[in-house]
Each structure stands twice: as structure tokens, then as C-alpha cells.
Design a protein around this ligand. Structure first.
Ligand code: PMP
Length: 361
């Protein structure tokens, strides 16, 4: 099999040992004579798997018991509407911090349900960084404050947890959940689609404070869009995407076996520091994000000679370094170095970047 390092932003690479285990169990799961894909989502053995997935997530992220953990279909984007539909209650306003593509898309969707107050914006102008909380506009009248903890396209990540007092903090952690330790208590709701750090596409994890499930839903709320439906049914209201759940279970156990999220965070820091250090010291490349807002997951960078970007991707591809093209809305280059990317992959990328700079610089 061809060996590559996959820097794709998502769906992204999964740990090789997880893929091997999934392959070994593919047609016969736990001596059942059937694939996990073929058994009922309501069978005792699937329910056990789902509960174990929940328990393992709770343990890894230290999620307190007054939070529920939901596994939902619909991807990250379904949360862009589920969040306002479920959390607005009697409020007519919600506050958004907008730092990039994913913040903007969430705002566009929320505007269908409420007045969106953009309390901080770093999408178009100014230094490229997460606006410090001291610069945010007031949000006292808002139902919640919404952030994107890691902007996958812009390569920017919060290096602080905002303090929003009694107003629930909602965060899209699609591209960094489980990459570092977090204090869940500081959030009202966290969500993350799986296809970056957690598993394959098809499932989204929602961590929600239980009291928020009591908020009266919007009139005509679709049953499937109501968090309380899924909490009550323990994520088995509809036919849960069973195979993605199974893969998430394997990935969570892999994280545990690596030493948990603390160890994973340590490795992620090393990988990101190594890559940013190289970019900063090599005149041929640059990264224009403020240092304290640089993402540890999605390292965006550019060539001073923009015209060489396609050649860079072509030659990287030929060397088995795939998925480095930046998002279409931003262009340039992006190395996504999620949990499953080994340090050797980052080193191979730096070796190639050094070669390319010498060749064309
Ligand atoms: N939020 C963030 C931060 C993302 O990176 C993405 C996907 N790249 C999404 C939301 C949307 O996820 P999905 O494609 O599963 O709807």
C-alpha cells in the first residue's frame, strides 16, 4: 500500500491502528457473525457500545454529570440552526464572534431565527487574530454567546476561554475538540463534527448543559432538531449512524491508550511549534496570523511567490504529502495536523518545504 501523510482538513486521516482494528472487525464484530453495520441500533450490544462511547468521551474530556453528551446526524452545519432553535427561548438576540468562514456561516443561519449581534469581528480587516474579550461589544440581552474555537479555514484558534458569566457560551469545536484539555464547565454547549479529530464524517458530538435542555423550543420545532428529543432517547431517537459511532468509539479508546488528552495536547503543541518555527525562519514562506491566535490544528501558510502554489502542491503530492491545498475561499496552503498526524509527518513536510524553497527560492 502506498504510504502517504494526509494533511487534509477533513475528512482527515485516522490513526492507522484504528483503521486496522476496523478492518479486522469489519465483517465479524466481537464474534457476533455480523458487522457492526448490520446489527440493530436498538440491540443490547450496540447500546452498550454507544454508552461506552459516551463514558469514554466523558472521561477523556472530564465532562461533569450535569452535561449530556449527544451523538447526532447532520454534520456540523446542522448545529448552525439547532443552536438558535434550541437556545433562544424568549430571547430575540444572540451574540456571535466572527473570525472566519465557519463563524460567518453560523451567523447566516442564525439570522433566520433571531437578531444576530456580531460582538467582535475579525473576518475581513485588521490584524489576523482572535479579538480579545476586552474588545467585545456588550451582549447582556443575548440568549448566548457563540464562538468558533478553531477556525479551520483561517487557521486561527482561541488561546483563552471567554468568561461570559451567566450567559451560556456556545462553541463550535469541530476542528479541535479532543486536541487539548478544556474546562467544560465554562461552556453551555460545545459541538464538533467528527471528521477531523474524532472519526469519519456522519456524526456530530454535542455536549450540552442539562438545564439548557429545558428551554422552551421554537414553535413548530421539528422533533429531530430538538436537543431534548435526543437527550431523552439517549441518542437513539432515530437510527443513529451506527458505523461512525463505532469508529468514534475506537478513536476515543486510541486517545485513551496514548495517555489521554493531556498527552495528545503535548504532542499537538510540539508538532505545531515545529512547523510554525520553520515557517517563521524561512523567508520563502509566511504565516500572517498573530502568534497567540495560531491554530495548532490547521497551519495555514503562503509562498511569497503565490504563482508557485500549484507547483508546491503537485510536488508535495508526488512525495506522498497530500491535502495541502488551502480552502477555496482563502487559497494558499494549509497543513491540517490533527491528533492522528504523527510528528514524522510534520518532519517529512518540513523536509519537503526546505527542499522546495532551495529549488525555487
Ligand atoms: N464548523 C467548522 C469549524 C468546520 O471546520 C466545519 C467543516 N469543515 C463545519 C463546522 C461544518 O461541518 P459539516 O461539513 O460536518 O457540516
Amino acid at each position: 500500500m502506498k504510504h502517504v501523510y494526509n494533511f487534509s482538513a477533513g475528512p482527515a486521516m485516522l490513526p492507522p491502528s484504528v483503521m486496522q482494528q476496523a478492518q479486522a472487525e469489519f465483517i465479524d464484530w466481537h464474534d457476533s457473525g455480523a458487522s457492526i453495520m448490520e446489527i440493530s441500533h436498538r440491540s443490547a450490544s450496540f447500546k452498550e457500545l454507544l454508552e461506552d462511547t459516551k463514558d469514554t468521551a466523558r472521561e477523556l474530556l472530564n465532562i461533569p454529570s450535569h452535561y449530556d453528551i449527544l451523538f447526532l446526524p447532520g454534520g456540523g452545519r446542522s448545529q448552525f440552526s439547532m443552536v438558535p432553535m434550541n437556545l433562544l427561548g424568549q430571547h430575540t438576540q444572540a451574540a456571535y464572534v466572527n473570525c472566519g468562514v465557519w463563524g460567518q456561516l453560523a451567523i447566516n443561519e442564525a439570522m433566520r431565527y433571531c437578531d444576530v449581534s456580531i460582538i467582535a469581528d475579525n473576518n475581513h480587516v485588521g490584524p489576523k487574530g482572535i479579538p480579545p474579550q476586552s474588545t467585545w461589544l456588550p451582549y447582556d440581552e443575548c440568549a448566548y454567546v457563540y464562538t468558533v474555537d478553531n477556525e479551520t479555514v483561517q487557521g486561527m484558534e482561541f488561546d483563552f476561554t471567554p468568561d461570559t458569566g451567566d450567559i451560556p457560551l456556545v462553541s463550535d469545536m469541530s476542528s479541535n475538540l479532543l486536541s487539548r484539555t478544556i474546562d467544560v464547565n465554562r461552556f453551555g454547549l460545545i459541538f464538533a463534527c467528527a471528521q477531523k479529530n474524532i472519526g469519519p464524517a456522519g456524526i456530530t458530538i454535542v455536549i450540552v448543559r442539562k438545564d439548557l435542555l429545558e428551554i422552551a423550543p421554537l414553535p413548530f420545532m421539528p422533533t429531530m432538531y430538538h436537543y431534548a428529543t435526543h437527550a431523552k432517547a439517549k441518542s437513539l431517537y432515530n437510527t443513529t449512524p451506527t458505523y461512525p459511532c463505532y469508529m468514534v468509539n475506537l478513536v476515543l479508546h486510541w486517545i485513551k491508550a496514548q495517555g489521554g488528552v493531556t498527552e495528545i495536547e503535548h504532542r499537538n503543541r510540539l508538532k505545531a511549534n515545529k512547523l510554525y518555527d520553520y515557517i517563521d525562519h524561512e523567508d520563502f514562506y509566511y504565516n500572517d496570523v498573530e502568534k497567540n491566535s495560531r491554530s495548532r490544528m490547521n497551519v495555514v501558510f503562503d509562498l511569497h511567490e503565490h504563482d508557485l502554489t500549484a507547483q508546491f502542491c503537485k510536488e508535495a503530492d508526488e512525495r506522498g504529502l497530500i491535502g495541502l491545498r488551502g480552502h477555496s475561499s482563502r487559497g494558499g496552503l494549509r497543513a491540517s495536523i490533527y491528533n492522528a498526524m504523527p510528528i514524522a509527518g510534520v518532519e517529512a513536510l518540513i523536509d519537503f518545504m526546505r527542499y522546495f524553497a532551495r529549488q525555487y527560492g
